[in-house]
Design a protein around this ligand. Structure first.
Ligand SMILES: [Zn+2]
Length: 346
């Protein structure tokens, strides 16, 4: 049975401990070096041993063994280390700025005890472990998953095989926290008239079953962040404009910003070619100008598409319930809907 919430609290602890835990820093340093120096040839990287505790014995050195990266090139790699003769330690490196929904398949386990018991499914001769990995943090991208420890220390034979079997962007358990969104353009925009919503939630055009809105924004207007966050994905180089073919849906220019408070994302779409003013990993402030409007991709005229979404567990973003709202100038909820009056940002 798949557990309701495969989130591993160990990861949370691990993330908050970064920069404070000498052992973690040690691993990170070794792994960073492995990435830089050894990208195509994963030899054994020997990290320095942890200093001995007073009167104690030195901890065994940790050796970098190998790294296996996801096939979709989302920037997720399993990193395996050996510590002493009896312990293997498995970490994951997430070089993306997204949460990652990760399934690790462990097979051919011989004479080893796996430290992780929760959120595990036994299939035939394999163990399937599910995780939700935090986005990369400043200065490090490595997080601990589990360890394998030798059962019978006198026996020589040990073995296991670990692969990242499924890797998807986003936390499928993310729950919107009810934050109200600013209008996605600067104060006083459009000679202080603001813009109209021409297609609202569940719109019969392209928003069926979507909590997304289209503003009647002409090309070359400033687009501003409706909520603070980190730029997780973008496209700014598409020259496809005003296409009537749904197959050109992915050829729009867009910015996707992750909100750290609840793991939701906001998507700003149909931007102008070259109209993306941020980079992946940028911290964006509320109301910061992030792009320029346009008519790129599957679109019948210049407009701004805006949505708040969560991951569906299959690598797609679904803009859905609970229905998010804008915030008016008094901080009150403002329902986004198709109506004759524009939404003035004041
Ligand atoms: Zn739209």
């Amino acid at each position: 049975m798949i557990p309701e919430n495969p989130y591993d609290p160990v990861l949370e602890d691990n993330v908050t401990a970064y920069g404070k835990d000498a052992a973690t820093d040690l691993v990170t340093a070794a792994a960073d070096q492995a990435t830089q120096d050894n990208a195509s040839d994963y030899g054994i990287m020997v990290a320095q041993a942890k200093p001995a505790a007073p009167g104690g014995v030195p901890a065994p050195a940790r050796e970098f063994k190998k790294q296996t990266c996801d096939k979709k090139a989302l920037g997720v790699c399993l990193r395996e280390y050996q510590e002493g003769d009896n312990k293997y330690r498995i970490f994951v490196a997430n070089s993306s700025f997204d949460d990652i929904d990760l399934t690790v398949r462990l097979s051919a386990i011989e004479n080893l005890e796996v430290s992780r018991k929760a959120d595990k499914i036994d299939v035939d001769d394999s163990e399937i472990h599910k995780f939700v990995i935090k986005p990369r943090q400043t200065g490090t991208d490595e997080q601990h998953l589990f360890d394998l420890t030798k059962r019978d220390k006198s026996a020589k034979v040990v073995g296991y095989d670990a692969i990242p079997q499924e890797v998807h962007r986003g936390n499928p358990n993310a729950t919107p926290d009810g934050t109200l969104y600013s209008l996605p353009y600067p104060k006083g925009a459009n000679d202080n008239k603001g813009y109209k919503i021409t297609q609202g939630f569940g719109g019969q055009g392209t928003h069926q079953s979507k909590s997304a809105v289209d503003f009647d924004m002409p090309a070359d207007r400033d687009v501003a962040a409706a909520r603070a966050g980190v730029v997780a994905d973008l496209k700014g180089d598409s020259a496809v404009e005003g296409s009537g073919n749904e197959s050109d849906k992915d050829k729009w220019n867009f910015i996707r910003i992750r909100h750290k408070e609840d793991g939701t994302v906001a998507i700003y779409g149909h931007l102008k070619k070259g109209g993306v003013k941020v980079k992946i990993g940028d911290q964006v402030k509320l109301a910061q100008v992030i792009g320029v409007s346009g008519n790129s991709g599957y679109s019948t005229g210049a407009h701004l598409h805006f949505e708040v979404a969560v991951a569906d567990g299959q690598g797609r973003w679904k803009a859905t319930n609970p229905n998010w709202k804008f915030r008016d100038k008094d901080g009150k909820p403002l329902e986004p809907k198709e109506r004759p009056e524009p939404y003035k940002n004041e």
